[in-house]
Ligand binder design. Structure first.
Ligand SMILES: Cc1ncc(COP(=O)(O)O)c(C=O)c1O
Length: 485
């Protein structure tokens, strides 16, 4: 009897399951230009002939954008190990990529990432597959983890947001989005029939959560600053008093850096007749969650208030080579979505399964180095520099707005996509913004302004093109178009 029957599949069934290789497949083929393109000082790409380069407009075409500049993976040649060709090829690819990264890091203004950090001391940990799968507070059988760092970081944030160690639960997430997905999920588990309310200027991750969890979601109007309009909020919750309210409060909106007034949101809920056991508030503090505590006049995010969860991104204000975030909620809430998992020997209450065990160590490292006082200084510097940028833009005749508690400077969208790409500005409609982070110095802002002023003179020189009107985005008083200046 053939003992392998039933264990090894016969060849024909394998061929059915695996797509056959094309006849012209040549595993030894060498790619012609194996070196990745280098990004030039002006943000354009050198050495790419196939790249679709329409400088004025960049379309988003699903499935087509990345393939034009991808670095193909090729199979090693039989003698590569002997000749060292492959190692040399890969080293050159990485060297050119590193050069591009350095250039791109130098000209970055639009996204809320602190690119200034030095984690050289942690390079020694790269050789370990550190994974905190499961619950941060319940050690799993997988021993290569960093829970001791994770819980240290969580305790730091719990202190910042004023909740006792034995009253909170949290974890280090993959990013701010995961924190939002978790916060809204907890809200929905606490109130399965609740309606989600959030301002229309909310980050897309909250609307994504509503879609994923199939929740009824109501968009609330905003003021021109980007802050939630509590009159509209009151009108909407008052029409739906029969259902609990799950509210997302923005501690800094993505585009305008507007901070919703948490106290007013709570007061509005109370005035509309919602007792504390009829609403759940998640605070999305992706960027400003870590800045607000250090700004004197800012509304305080605190678990002493009736809030259910707070999340923040770790790679934004702290700065980290990999995206990460922190999510903190009340211990009493998290039990509703926890399940014991025997295979892990831990508990599952997170959105993801495997969890980046390096990220907590990076966060722990920076928190230790800077401490509360270090962050306070950085926040002050960012706010000062943001005011400097806003004032200089306006002095140059460029419409600009800066919310009082924010370091996000909103201004007229540049007329030239190449300039936008060079400085990696984030744009929406007629406006663009610069998020002033700790790595953005006055010298960098001066260079940016200088270039912008020269470019504008060119865009407007023949009179065919006019400064954009941004009054409907940020209010007439911040607009310097022909009509409003
Ligand atoms: C207000 C707000 N919430 C959530 C996010 C998502 O954060 P992340 O990019 O870390 O997922 C962002 C990102 O910019 C944001 O601005």
């Amino acid at each position: 009897m053939d003992r392998s029957v039933g264990i090894v599949a016969d060849e024909s069934s394998i061929m059915k399951a695996v797509e056959p290789l094309p006849e012209d497949f040549d595993p030894t083929a060498v790619i012609k230009d194996p070196v990745p393109p280098v990004v030039e000082n002006n943000g354009s790409v050198r050495g790419v002939t196939k790249m679709r380069e329409d400088k004025s407009k960049r379309e988003i075409v699903l499935g087509r954008n990345v393939h034009t500049s991808c670095l193909e993976v090729t199979e090693p040649d039989a003698d590569d190990e002997m000749t060292g060709d492959r190692d040399a090829y890969m080293a050159s690819v990485l060297a050119r990529y590193r050069k591009s990264l350095m250039e791109r890091t130098k000209h970055h203004l639009g996204y809320p990432y602190n690119l200034d950090f030095d984690y050289g001391a942690l390079a020694q940990l790269q050789h370990f597959s550190i994974n905190n799968l499961g619950d941060p507070f319940i050690e799993s059988n997988y021993g290569v983890h960093s829970r001791q760092f994770e819980v240290g970081v969580l305790d730091w944030f719990a202190r910042l947001w004023e909740i006792e160690k034995n009253e909170y639960w949290g974890y280090i997430t993959n990013c701010g989005t995961e924190g939002n997905l978790h916060g809204i999920l907890v809200g929905r588990e606490v109130f399965p029939d609740g309606i989600l309310y959030t301002s229309r200027e909310t980050h897309y991750s909250i609307f994504k959560a509503a879609r994923m969890y199939r929740m009824e979601c109501m968009k609330v109007d905003t003021h021109c600053t980007g802050e939630i309009d509590c009159d509209d909020f009151k009108a909407k919750i008052s029409r739906n008093k029969d259902k609990p309210a799950i509210v997302n409060v923005n501690i800094g909106t993505t585009v305008k850096g507007a901070v919703d007034d948490l106290d007013l949101v709570i007061k509005t809920l109370e005035e509309a007749g919602f007792s504390h056991n009829r609403f759940y508030i998640h605070c999305d503090g992706a960027l400003f969650g870590l800045m607000m505590p250090f700004v004197k006049r800012a509304p305080k995010v605190s678990f002493k208030k009736p809030i259910g969860s707070v999340s923040v991104s770790g790679h934004k204000f702290v700065g980290c080579p990999m995206p990460c975030g922190v999510q903190i909620t009340r211990l009493e809430h998290v039990n509703v979505l926890s399940r014991n998992v025997e295979y892990l020997a831990s508990r599952d209450a997170t959105i993801m399964g495997s969890r980046n065990g390096h990220a907590p160590i990076f966060l722990w490292y920076t928190l230790n180095r800077k401490g509360y006082r270090g962050f306070q200084k950085e926040v002050q510097k960012c706010l000062r520099n943001a005011h400097y940028l806003k004032d200089r833009l306006r002095d140059s005749g460029i419409g600009a707005m800066l919310n009082e508690l924010s370091s996000t400077v909103v201004f007229e969208r540049p007329h030239d996509e190449e300039f936008t790409r060079r400085w990696q500005l984030a744009c929406q409609g007629n406006i663009a913004h610069v998020v002033v982070m700790p790595n953005i110095t006055i010298e960098k802002l001066d260079k940016f302004l200088e270039e912008l002023v020269v470019k504008r003179a060119k865009w407007f020189e023949d009179g065919n093109c006019q400064p954009r009107c941004i009054a409907s985005d940020v209010g007439e008083s911040s607009c310097l178009c022909a009509l409003h200046k």
